[in-house]
Ligand binder design. Structure first.
Ligand SMILES: [Zn+2]
Length: 470
């Protein structure tokens, strides 16, 4: 029950953490690691992993049976314990077609009903709350339980076995938490989570000036597992290419944003052999993971995926449509037919040569966001700035517009004009957090807009760089 408590107090803990001396920060990171380790490497997690590994030999029929049972269990649990579903029809689901009697819900529906989406079966003290910003920078508060966290980790470990990686092999991680104070100007730009044999690297200190420290560090850790956001690994790969270096790692795991073909090639050239990508979401209602043969497999025990066209009809293999998920594992906030906003298609070729009968999906790759380049040489990926938006629920969309060499505008579109006070508060807080992050060489301002800045195809980049070539 520790994780809900830690999550609830993260902003306050971050304040304390930022002011702690270096060795104390390693200790605090390891203490946080201890809480996570108890979840991630518990006996229950390994039992789940054993089960999941056994499913890899399932036939397509066994996959379908499991998915139908998952839908029946999830829908019955949701109707019994979640106020939002109280009016849903109660007839038992007998076939996949029966699912179509239930409405599709989207992000807006969830935003408007955040508290009514919570299941009464998981008490408030056992709920872990987290923010997710999706593809447009509009934030959503979601809930899950420790039980889900264990399952989620077991799925991650299963993918690691596809790369012949055992649990707790040494790894270097470039993900979201702010683990080094933002104004720090000298190494270390990392901290150690000893129990997991993991080094957490700051994604907020990347610049031409700090590149040699990062590259030296990676060279000392060559041959270990590398994991992180694609755009961040791309920035590191650029540093290495500039320095004429190749730093082969044992295996590379990417997640958290789309992995573009060119970006993949660059990352593989520098840190290769191979990348294992995955597609998931903080709503924890579905998962797609890349196997050792380079195909993206739906994890059939995690959730049920429909791919629907504009009219709500199922698409044929090869045709692009909207992802609509029904998650099997999130008992704290079950989502039924949730249209998350991402798109993709069913693979239209034959089965995967890896032999697994898990369905093959091709997530659509949306347009890449720009990178924010500060005058002092620091680089921020979309995923790094995204961290600032996680607690703001009043926006439909929020972007960072780098419109002059020394200025970035936080540009938000309100979800509801009637919630003026909350919108203004969220906007001011993000502006102030951004200013802290950027330091004195840049000015952060904020404005409300009627519509987001879009690019061809309707894509909404998080960072729009109008001031400098990217
Ligand atoms: Zn495969």
């Amino acid at each position: 029950m520790l994780e809900p408590l830690v999550r609830k107090n993260l902003p306050r803990l971050q304040h304390f953490y930022d002011r702690a001396p270096g060795p104390a920060r390693h200790l605090l990171t390891s203490a946080r690691g201890w809480v996570l380790t108890r979840l991630r490497y518990s006996r229950e997690t390994f039992a789940i992993l054993d089960g999941l590994r056994g499913h890899e030999s399932w036939s397509s029929g066994q996959v379908a049976d499991h998915q139908l049972q998952g839908l029946q269990r999830t829908i019955s649990h949701a109707l019994d314990s979640v106020p939002f579903y109280a009016d849903y029809p109660r007839a038992k689901l007998r076939t996949f077609e029966d699912l179509r009697r239930l409405p599709v819900v989207d992000r807006e529906d969830i935003l408007d009903n955040q508290d009514r989406m919570l299941s009464r079966s998981v008490s408030g003290s056992r709920r872990i709350r987290a923010g997710t910003t999706g593809t447009t920078g509009g934030s959503l508060r979601v809930a899950y339980s420790e039980n889900l966290a264990r399952h989620n980790w077991a799925f991650l470990l299963r993918q690691r076995t596809w790369a012949n990686i055992a649990p707790r092999e040494p790894r270097v991680t470039f993900q979201g938490p702010r683990i080094v104070p933002t104004q720090r100007g000298e190494p270390p730009y990392w901290t150690y989570n000893v129990l997991e044999r993991q080094v957490l690297m700051s994604i907020f200190h990347l610049s031409a000036k700090t590149a040699p420290s990062y590259l030296d560090f990676l060279r000392r850790h060559r041959g270990e597992v590398l994991e992180g956001f694609p755009s961040v690994l791309g920035i590191l790969a650029d540093f290495a290419i500039e320095a004429g270096l190749r730093i082969p790692m044992r295996a590379i795991f990417t997640s958290g944003e789309p992995l573009y073909p060119q970006l993949r090639a660059k990352i593989e050239n520098v840190f290769g052999p191979g990348v294992f990508d995955s597609y998931g979401m903080t709503e924890y209602c579905g998962l797609i993971q890349e196997c050792e043969r380079g195909q993206m497999h739906l994890a059939p025990e995690y959730g049920f995926l429909e791919i629907l066209d504009e009219d709500g009809n199922a698409t044929k293999p090869g045709e692009e449509g909207y992802f609509v998920w029904t998650g099997f594992l999130n008992d704290a906030m079950p989502l039924i037919r949730y249209r998350i906003g991402d798109r993709g298609r069913w693979h239209d070729g034959g089965p995967c040569p890896c032999g697994r009968a898990f369905p093959l999906v091709v997530p659509t790759i949306t347009r890449e966001s720009d990178i924010l380049r500060c005058p002092d040489g620091r680089l921020f990926s979309a995923r790094a700035l995204n961290q600032l938006l996680k607690r703001s629920t009043s926006f439909r969309c929020c972007q960072f517009i780098h419109d002059r060499p020394n200025r970035v505008v936080v540009r938000a579109v309100a979800r509801d004009a009637l919630q003026n006070g909350q919108t203004a508060g969220d906007l001011m807080r993000i502006r102030s957090d951004l200013q802290d992050l950027l330091g004195p060489s840049m000015q952060a301002t904020a404005e409300l807009a009627a519509d987001p800045v879009t690019r061809p195809g309707g894509k909404i980049p998080l960072i729009v760089n109008e001031a400098a070539p990217s």
